[in-house]
Design a protein around this ligand. Structure first.
Ligand code: EPU
Length: 287
Protein backbone atom coordinates (compact mmCIF):
# COMPACT_ATOMS: atom_id res chain seq x y z
CA UNK A 1 0.00 0.00 0.00
CA UNK A 2 1.32 3.41 -0.89
CA UNK A 3 0.95 5.78 2.07
CA UNK A 4 1.28 9.53 1.57
CA UNK A 5 1.61 12.00 4.43
CA UNK A 6 0.45 15.63 4.71
CA UNK A 7 -1.37 15.59 1.39
CA UNK A 8 -2.65 18.89 0.05
CA UNK A 9 -6.46 19.03 -0.08
CA UNK A 10 -6.19 20.99 -3.32
CA UNK A 11 -4.98 17.78 -4.99
CA UNK A 12 -7.84 15.71 -3.55
CA UNK A 13 -10.97 17.71 -4.37
CA UNK A 14 -12.29 19.68 -7.32
CA UNK A 15 -12.90 22.68 -5.02
CA UNK A 16 -9.11 22.85 -4.57
CA UNK A 17 -9.33 24.46 -1.13
CA UNK A 18 -6.27 24.97 1.05
CA UNK A 19 -4.94 22.81 3.90
CA UNK A 20 -3.74 19.24 4.18
CA UNK A 21 -4.91 15.84 5.37
CA UNK A 22 -2.55 13.79 7.52
CA UNK A 23 -2.63 10.50 5.58
CA UNK A 24 -3.73 9.16 2.22
CA UNK A 25 -3.59 5.43 1.53
CA UNK A 26 -3.66 4.29 -2.07
CA UNK A 27 -5.07 0.80 -2.57
CA UNK A 28 -3.75 -1.05 -5.60
CA UNK A 29 -4.82 -4.66 -5.11
CA UNK A 30 -6.85 -7.09 -3.04
CA UNK A 31 -4.14 -7.30 -0.37
CA UNK A 32 -4.48 -3.54 0.16
CA UNK A 33 -8.27 -3.87 0.50
CA UNK A 34 -7.74 -6.55 3.14
CA UNK A 35 -5.22 -4.40 5.01
CA UNK A 36 -7.70 -1.50 4.96
CA UNK A 37 -10.48 -3.74 6.34
CA UNK A 38 -8.23 -5.16 9.04
CA UNK A 39 -6.83 -1.78 10.16
CA UNK A 40 -10.37 -0.46 10.41
CA UNK A 41 -11.35 -3.41 12.60
CA UNK A 42 -8.42 -2.52 14.86
CA UNK A 43 -9.96 0.94 15.34
CA UNK A 44 -8.44 3.22 12.69
CA UNK A 45 -10.92 5.67 11.14
CA UNK A 46 -11.10 5.98 7.35
CA UNK A 47 -12.84 7.98 4.69
CA UNK A 48 -13.05 6.54 1.17
CA UNK A 49 -12.27 9.12 -1.44
CA UNK A 50 -13.02 9.11 -5.15
CA UNK A 51 -12.08 12.01 -7.41
CA UNK A 52 -13.37 14.44 -4.78
CA UNK A 53 -15.69 16.24 -7.17
CA UNK A 54 -18.57 16.47 -4.70
CA UNK A 55 -16.61 16.87 -1.53
CA UNK A 56 -15.63 19.58 0.92
CA UNK A 57 -12.77 18.51 3.19
CA UNK A 58 -12.24 20.70 6.24
CA UNK A 59 -8.53 21.12 6.98
CA UNK A 60 -6.76 19.68 10.02
CA UNK A 61 -7.95 16.13 9.47
CA UNK A 62 -5.76 14.12 11.77
CA UNK A 63 -8.28 11.63 13.13
CA UNK A 64 -9.04 9.88 9.83
CA UNK A 65 -7.09 8.27 7.07
CA UNK A 66 -8.21 9.00 3.52
CA UNK A 67 -8.29 5.85 1.40
CA UNK A 68 -8.39 5.94 -2.35
CA UNK A 69 -8.40 3.24 -5.02
CA UNK A 70 -5.31 3.68 -7.19
CA UNK A 71 -4.88 3.43 -10.98
CA UNK A 72 -5.06 -0.39 -11.06
CA UNK A 73 -8.75 0.01 -10.17
CA UNK A 74 -9.32 2.30 -13.16
CA UNK A 75 -9.19 -0.34 -15.89
CA UNK A 76 -12.05 -0.86 -18.31
CA UNK A 77 -13.04 -3.37 -20.93
CA UNK A 78 -15.72 -3.35 -23.62
CA UNK A 79 -17.47 -6.57 -24.55
CA UNK A 80 -20.27 -6.26 -27.11
CA UNK A 81 -22.58 -3.56 -25.80
CA UNK A 82 -21.33 -3.93 -22.22
CA UNK A 83 -18.61 -2.00 -20.45
CA UNK A 84 -16.93 -3.27 -17.30
CA UNK A 85 -14.99 -0.52 -15.58
CA UNK A 86 -13.12 -0.03 -12.32
CA UNK A 87 -14.44 2.36 -9.67
CA UNK A 88 -11.40 4.66 -9.96
CA UNK A 89 -12.00 5.22 -13.69
CA UNK A 90 -12.91 8.75 -14.73
CA UNK A 91 -16.55 8.97 -15.74
CA UNK A 92 -15.75 11.55 -18.41
CA UNK A 93 -12.98 9.31 -19.72
CA UNK A 94 -15.37 6.34 -19.94
CA UNK A 95 -17.94 8.48 -21.79
CA UNK A 96 -15.28 9.35 -24.39
CA UNK A 97 -14.17 5.71 -24.74
CA UNK A 98 -17.78 4.63 -25.21
CA UNK A 99 -18.14 7.23 -27.97
CA UNK A 100 -14.97 5.93 -29.67
CA UNK A 101 -16.55 2.46 -29.59
CA UNK A 102 -19.83 3.83 -31.07
CA UNK A 103 -21.70 2.97 -27.87
CA UNK A 104 -24.45 5.24 -26.59
CA UNK A 105 -25.68 5.68 -23.00
CA UNK A 106 -22.90 7.59 -21.27
CA UNK A 107 -23.36 10.89 -23.13
CA UNK A 108 -25.08 12.49 -20.13
CA UNK A 109 -22.01 11.70 -18.02
CA UNK A 110 -19.48 13.33 -20.33
CA UNK A 111 -19.45 16.50 -18.19
CA UNK A 112 -19.53 14.89 -14.76
CA UNK A 113 -16.04 15.25 -13.31
CA UNK A 114 -16.11 12.34 -10.81
CA UNK A 115 -14.91 8.76 -10.62
CA UNK A 116 -17.20 5.90 -11.64
CA UNK A 117 -17.37 4.71 -8.02
CA UNK A 118 -18.41 8.11 -6.67
CA UNK A 119 -20.94 8.55 -9.46
CA UNK A 120 -22.52 5.18 -8.61
CA UNK A 121 -22.72 5.86 -4.87
CA UNK A 122 -24.51 9.17 -5.40
CA UNK A 123 -26.39 8.17 -8.54
CA UNK A 124 -24.86 11.12 -10.39
CA UNK A 125 -26.96 12.58 -13.16
CA UNK A 126 -27.37 15.30 -15.74
CA UNK A 127 -29.67 16.10 -18.65
CA UNK A 128 -32.47 13.97 -17.23
CA UNK A 129 -30.39 10.78 -17.03
CA UNK A 130 -28.74 9.11 -14.05
CA UNK A 131 -26.26 6.32 -13.38
CA UNK A 132 -29.10 3.99 -12.41
CA UNK A 133 -30.34 4.06 -16.03
CA UNK A 134 -27.20 2.33 -17.32
CA UNK A 135 -25.94 0.11 -14.51
CA UNK A 136 -26.42 -3.63 -14.78
CA UNK A 137 -24.45 -4.67 -11.70
CA UNK A 138 -22.11 -3.18 -9.14
CA UNK A 139 -19.30 -5.18 -7.52
CA UNK A 140 -18.27 -4.12 -4.03
CA UNK A 141 -15.76 -5.22 -1.42
CA UNK A 142 -17.45 -6.04 1.87
CA UNK A 143 -15.00 -4.98 4.58
CA UNK A 144 -16.86 -6.85 7.30
CA UNK A 145 -16.75 -10.23 5.53
CA UNK A 146 -13.51 -9.36 3.71
CA UNK A 147 -14.99 -10.59 0.45
CA UNK A 148 -16.49 -9.35 -2.82
CA UNK A 149 -20.21 -9.10 -3.50
CA UNK A 150 -22.19 -8.30 -6.64
CA UNK A 151 -25.24 -6.06 -6.24
CA UNK A 152 -28.16 -5.70 -8.63
CA UNK A 153 -29.60 -2.24 -9.43
CA UNK A 154 -32.59 -3.10 -7.19
CA UNK A 155 -30.27 -3.83 -4.28
CA UNK A 156 -28.55 -0.48 -4.86
CA UNK A 157 -31.84 1.27 -3.97
CA UNK A 158 -31.11 4.26 -6.21
CA UNK A 159 -32.92 7.55 -5.74
CA UNK A 160 -32.26 11.17 -6.77
CA UNK A 161 -28.53 11.65 -6.03
CA UNK A 162 -28.32 8.71 -3.67
CA UNK A 163 -28.07 4.95 -3.29
CA UNK A 164 -27.89 2.71 -0.24
CA UNK A 165 -24.08 2.89 -0.51
CA UNK A 166 -24.08 6.63 0.25
CA UNK A 167 -24.37 6.65 4.02
CA UNK A 168 -22.42 3.56 4.93
CA UNK A 169 -18.79 2.54 4.96
CA UNK A 170 -19.01 -1.26 4.97
CA UNK A 171 -18.82 -1.62 1.18
CA UNK A 172 -16.30 -0.13 -1.26
CA UNK A 173 -17.35 -0.01 -4.91
CA UNK A 174 -14.77 -1.95 -6.93
CA UNK A 175 -16.19 -2.05 -10.45
CA UNK A 176 -19.44 -2.07 -12.38
CA UNK A 177 -21.04 -3.50 -15.49
CA UNK A 178 -22.61 -0.79 -17.64
CA UNK A 179 -25.09 -1.51 -20.41
CA UNK A 180 -24.77 0.61 -23.53
CA UNK A 181 -26.31 0.54 -27.03
CA UNK A 182 -24.67 0.58 -30.43
CA UNK A 183 -25.27 3.90 -32.16
CA UNK A 184 -23.86 6.24 -34.75
CA UNK A 185 -20.61 7.82 -33.54
CA UNK A 186 -21.50 11.25 -34.96
CA UNK A 187 -24.88 11.23 -33.24
CA UNK A 188 -23.19 10.41 -29.92
CA UNK A 189 -20.69 13.19 -30.54
CA UNK A 190 -23.41 15.72 -31.42
CA UNK A 191 -25.39 14.91 -28.29
CA UNK A 192 -22.27 15.30 -26.12
CA UNK A 193 -21.46 18.61 -27.77
CA UNK A 194 -25.00 19.92 -27.26
CA UNK A 195 -24.84 18.98 -23.59
CA UNK A 196 -21.43 20.63 -23.26
CA UNK A 197 -22.62 23.83 -24.91
CA UNK A 198 -25.60 23.98 -22.51
CA UNK A 199 -23.42 23.39 -19.49
CA UNK A 200 -20.81 25.96 -20.46
CA UNK A 201 -23.56 28.52 -21.06
CA UNK A 202 -25.26 28.06 -17.69
CA UNK A 203 -22.56 26.68 -15.35
CA UNK A 204 -19.25 28.28 -14.24
CA UNK A 205 -16.74 25.60 -15.23
CA UNK A 206 -13.93 28.16 -15.51
CA UNK A 207 -13.47 28.08 -11.70
CA UNK A 208 -12.93 25.19 -9.27
CA UNK A 209 -16.27 24.04 -7.83
CA UNK A 210 -18.15 20.91 -6.82
CA UNK A 211 -20.94 21.32 -9.37
CA UNK A 212 -24.36 21.65 -7.76
CA UNK A 213 -24.02 22.25 -4.02
CA UNK A 214 -27.65 21.43 -3.18
CA UNK A 215 -30.14 18.91 -4.49
CA UNK A 216 -33.18 20.39 -6.19
CA UNK A 217 -36.01 20.33 -3.63
CA UNK A 218 -39.12 18.55 -4.98
CA UNK A 219 -40.85 20.93 -7.41
CA UNK A 220 -38.13 23.60 -7.22
CA UNK A 221 -34.72 24.39 -8.63
CA UNK A 222 -32.11 25.12 -5.96
CA UNK A 223 -30.21 27.40 -8.35
CA UNK A 224 -33.32 29.39 -9.18
CA UNK A 225 -34.28 29.80 -5.50
CA UNK A 226 -30.79 31.05 -4.64
CA UNK A 227 -30.91 33.37 -7.66
CA UNK A 228 -34.36 34.76 -6.75
CA UNK A 229 -33.23 35.30 -3.17
CA UNK A 230 -30.58 37.65 -4.58
CA UNK A 231 -27.66 35.58 -3.33
CA UNK A 232 -25.67 35.24 -6.56
CA UNK A 233 -22.28 36.90 -6.25
CA UNK A 234 -22.28 36.75 -2.44
CA UNK A 235 -18.70 36.07 -1.34
CA UNK A 236 -16.80 35.17 1.79
CA UNK A 237 -13.15 35.87 1.12
CA UNK A 238 -12.29 33.85 -2.01
CA UNK A 239 -15.42 31.66 -2.00
CA UNK A 240 -18.33 32.99 -4.04
CA UNK A 241 -21.84 31.97 -5.04
CA UNK A 242 -21.44 31.98 -8.79
CA UNK A 243 -22.91 34.90 -10.72
CA UNK A 244 -23.65 32.42 -13.50
CA UNK A 245 -25.47 29.66 -11.58
CA UNK A 246 -26.87 30.04 -8.07
CA UNK A 247 -26.26 26.40 -7.12
CA UNK A 248 -22.50 26.61 -7.72
CA UNK A 249 -20.00 27.93 -5.18
CA UNK A 250 -16.74 28.76 -6.90
CA UNK A 251 -13.20 29.09 -5.61
CA UNK A 252 -11.92 32.42 -6.93
CA UNK A 253 -8.37 31.36 -6.00
CA UNK A 254 -7.08 30.31 -2.59
CA UNK A 255 -10.49 29.78 -0.93
CA UNK A 256 -10.62 27.97 2.42
CA UNK A 257 -13.05 25.12 3.06
CA UNK A 258 -14.31 27.15 6.02
CA UNK A 259 -15.37 30.03 3.73
CA UNK A 260 -17.26 27.62 1.48
CA UNK A 261 -18.96 25.96 4.46
CA UNK A 262 -20.01 29.38 5.81
CA UNK A 263 -21.54 30.24 2.43
CA UNK A 264 -23.38 26.89 2.35
CA UNK A 265 -24.76 27.49 5.86
CA UNK A 266 -25.77 31.06 4.98
CA UNK A 267 -27.65 29.90 1.89
CA UNK A 268 -29.44 27.18 3.87
CA UNK A 269 -30.48 29.70 6.52
CA UNK A 270 -31.62 32.39 4.10
CA UNK A 271 -33.60 30.04 1.84
CA UNK A 272 -35.30 28.56 4.90
CA UNK A 273 -36.18 32.03 6.19
CA UNK A 274 -37.35 33.40 2.85
CA UNK A 275 -39.17 30.41 1.34
CA UNK A 276 -39.47 27.96 4.24
CA UNK A 277 -37.69 25.42 2.05
CA UNK A 278 -34.99 23.12 3.41
CA UNK A 279 -32.13 22.78 0.93
CA UNK A 280 -30.55 19.35 1.17
CA UNK A 281 -26.83 19.22 0.44
CA UNK A 282 -25.62 17.27 -2.57
CA UNK A 283 -22.00 17.81 -1.54
CA UNK A 284 -20.51 15.87 1.36
CA UNK A 285 -18.69 17.81 4.06
CA UNK A 286 -15.90 15.99 5.90
CA UNK A 287 -15.16 17.62 9.23
N1 EPU B 1 -31.92 28.89 -12.84
C1 EPU B 1 -32.05 30.20 -12.50
N2 EPU B 1 -30.98 30.83 -11.93
C2 EPU B 1 -29.81 30.19 -11.66
C3 EPU B 1 -29.70 28.83 -12.00
C4 EPU B 1 -30.77 28.20 -12.58
O1 EPU B 1 -33.08 30.82 -12.72
O2 EPU B 1 -28.90 30.82 -11.14
C5 EPU B 1 -33.06 28.21 -13.49
C6 EPU B 1 -32.73 27.81 -14.92
O3 EPU B 1 -32.99 28.87 -15.81
C7 EPU B 1 -33.65 26.62 -15.13
C8 EPU B 1 -33.75 25.98 -13.74
O4 EPU B 1 -33.32 27.00 -12.82
O5 EPU B 1 -34.93 27.06 -15.50
C9 EPU B 1 -32.91 24.73 -13.61
O6 EPU B 1 -31.54 25.06 -13.80
P1 EPU B 1 -30.55 24.15 -14.67
O7 EPU B 1 -31.17 23.83 -15.97
O8 EPU B 1 -29.22 24.82 -14.66
O9 EPU B 1 -30.48 22.81 -13.93
P2 EPU B 1 -30.23 22.46 -12.43
O10 EPU B 1 -31.46 21.80 -11.91
O11 EPU B 1 -29.70 23.62 -11.66
C10 EPU B 1 -29.34 20.03 -12.81
C11 EPU B 1 -28.31 19.24 -12.08
C12 EPU B 1 -26.93 19.51 -12.69
C13 EPU B 1 -26.96 19.16 -14.16
C14 EPU B 1 -28.02 20.04 -14.84
C15 EPU B 1 -28.17 19.73 -16.32
C16 EPU B 1 -29.09 19.06 -9.75
C17 EPU B 1 -28.96 19.57 -8.36
N3 EPU B 1 -28.29 19.64 -10.67
O12 EPU B 1 -29.04 21.40 -12.55
O13 EPU B 1 -26.04 18.61 -12.06
O14 EPU B 1 -25.70 19.43 -14.77
O15 EPU B 1 -29.31 19.77 -14.20
O16 EPU B 1 -28.74 18.50 -16.50
O17 EPU B 1 -29.87 18.13 -9.99
C18 EPU B 1 -24.48 18.38 -10.28
O18 EPU B 1 -25.27 17.55 -9.81
O19 EPU B 1 -23.39 18.65 -9.74
C19 EPU B 1 -24.86 19.09 -11.49
C20 EPU B 1 -24.15 20.10 -12.00
Amino acid sequence: MEIKKDVSISTLTSWKTSGTVAQLWLGEDEADLLKFAQEEKKGKKFFILGKGSNLLIMPGQTDKIFFKLGPSFANYDFSGQKLRAGAAASLMGLALKARESSLSGLEFASGIPGSLGGAIIMNAGAHGREMKDILQEVRVFDKEREDFLTLSPEEMDFDYRKSFLKNQSRYIVIDALIKLKSADKDEIKNLMENYKEGRLKSQPWDYPSAGSVFKNPPGFSAGQLIDQAGLKGLAINKAQISEKHGNFIINLGGADSQDILLLIENVEKLIKEKYNIHLEREVIVID
